[in-house]
Design a protein around this ligand. Structure first.
Ligand code: NAI
Length: 462
């Protein structure tokens, strides 16, 4: 019976990072993963493959529609979807191989199969060659999430698909209907629209990206519509029916929408099936998330949970931060604090959308007095040179103390620009602090500086 200090269940960004950090701190670590390759949803079928396809499809559109503006003439731009998918698979493989290399380097022992928690410190791996029992002082649950079901919508993997399938279609669908205008719906909807599909996005709430700042999400909706997505908000999908030719998507109070392919993107749910939680005494909340305290401890001693499995932003980088914190806690007893309120949220559409901290609506609701500074990409020299003038940076600062409370960006490289603002919020910077920092010219980061200046009506280039 192999004996370890820590058993990590799940090798996604939360689990594999926890395993590496625990090994770095000298612990004997086992990691159980049901899939043949490491890296979890993010690396295998989520963040990484979708970003590869976003990049490739953006280049296709650039070559087809925009190179001529730059005086670069190309004849006959054609799509080779097979080659695009092959490149995506190669990038995914280099990432999954990279995690396997890191496991070897750190002496992490890997077990393949479904893990079941039997009791405190005891896990059984149901593998292809039978069961293996593992024993350890500590167990970290990091099994992530899966696509949430929507009643009336039956996923068959062909006509009605999820993100798992939408990164691997063999041909461009003629009419793609996307249910849900969150990150997944908009990113993958954009990929297929760029490659030639007629894409309609159906969103239940009154705007796309409904958890983002409303001003930014309204701008996002306008820009994505200009990019060719048909977006219908306030539409509740009640189910789908397969027809001879495709799929009918039923919506409340209106005619069904016809599609060849339907992408279900209405959220994700924690992955707890088969883990043996209830029998072992690990409690879950009403939404299925594993209950933990501020030290990631579940209701069963010696068992911890992190990432998408517990309440909080369902994002890879947040799971990684949880993984480091829990490994350090187990190894050293020191509480690693992860502030889930300062986790940046990025949507990798074109343009990108990124945010950290409070939205304007949240500040209003809390009665917090604030000032706002907004600056458009349109007035930035580098954005003009790039031909990327859509978008804006919006900063929210406390009216009396000037402390930054929220930052929201829509525009080129928003996902990179947000890093400075995460640091600013984490270090309790004021808008004045950001405004007085030297920002290289000509860069997009000057839009951030100008938005900080705009908080007190001092923007220079508008
Ligand atoms: P989501 O929760 O972000 O968005 C789902 C959308 O579907 C919501 O806007 C919701 O109002 C809508 N919806 C729900 N039921 C509906 C119905 N019956 N009819 C029409 N619309 C309906 O979920 P999503 O996009 O599936 O992503 C899942 C998780 O993965 C999220 O936590 C997301 O943040 C994360 N993720 C993050 C990415 C990133 O950071 N770039 C990329 C992909 C996923």
């Amino acid at each position: 019976m192999p004996d370890f200090d820590v058993i990590v269940i799940g090798a996604g960004p939360g689990g594999y990072v926890a395993a590496i950090r625990a090994a770095q701190l000298g612990l004997a670590v086992a990691c159980v993963e049901k899939e043949a390759t490491l890296g979890g949803t993010c690396v295998r079928v989520g963040c990484i493959p979708s970003k590869v396809l976003l990049e490739s499809s953006e280049r296709f559109v650039m070559a087809r529609d925009h190179l001529a503006e730059h005086g670069v003439l190309v004849s006959e731009v054609e799509l080779d979807l097979g080659a695009m998918m092959e490149r995506k698979d190669k990038v995914v493989k280099s990432n999954t191989d990279g995690v396997a290399y890191l496991f070897k380097k750190h002496g992490i022992e890997r077990f393949t199969g479904m893990a079941e928690l039997i009791e405190r410190g005891r896990v059984v791996v149901h593998g292809e060659d039978g069961d293996t029992e593992l024993v350890a002082e500590n167990v970290i649950l990091a099994t992530g999430s899966r696509v949430a079901e929507l009643s009336g919508v039956e996923v068959d993997g062909e006509k009605v698909i999820t993100s798992d399938h939408a990164i691997a279609l063999e041909e461009v669908p003629r009419r793609l209907v996307v249910i849900g205008a969150g990150a997944i719906g908009l990113e993958l909807g954009s990929v297929w629209a760029r490659l030639g599909a007629n894409v309609t996005v159906l969103e239940y709430l009154d705007r796309v990206l409904p958890t983002m700042d409303a001003e930014i999400s309204r701008e996002a909706q306008k820009v994505f519509t200009r990019r060719g997505l048909e977006i219908r908000t306030g539409v509740a999908v009640t189910g789908t029916t397969l027809t001879k030719r495709g799929v009918s998507v039923h919506v409340e109070g209106a005619n069904a929408v016809k599609a060849d392919t339907v992408l279900l993107a209405t959220g994700r749910a924690p992955n707890t099936e088969g883990l043996g939680l209830e029998a072992a005494g690990v409690e879950q909340d009403s939404k299925g998330f594993v209950k933990v305290d501020e030290r990631f401890r579940t209701t069963l001693e010696g068992v911890y949970a992190i990432g998408d499995l517990i309440e909080g932003p369902m994002l890879a980088h947040r799971a990684e931060d949880d993984g480091v914190a829990v490994a350090e806690l187990i190894a050293t007893g020191v509480v690693g604090h992860v502030d889930h309120g300062l986790v940046p949220n990025v949507v990798y559409t074109e343009p990108e959308v990124a945010s950290v901290g409070k939205t304007e609506e949240q500040l209003k609701e809390a009665g917090t007095p604030y000032r706002k500074g907004v600056f458009p990409y349109q007035a930035n020299g580098r954005a003009r040179a790039l031909g990327a003038t859509d978008g804006r940076v919006k900063l929210l600062a406390h009216k009396e103390t000037d402390r930054l409370l929220g930052a929201h960006v829509i525009g080129a490289r928003a996902g990179d620009l947000i890093a400075e603002l995460v640091a600013a919020l984490a270090f309790h910077a004021s808008s004045e602090d950001v405004a007085r920092l030297s920002h290289a010219h000509p860069t997009l980061s000057e839009v951030v500086k100008e938005a900080a200046l705009a908080v007190h009506g001092r923007a220079l280039h508008i």
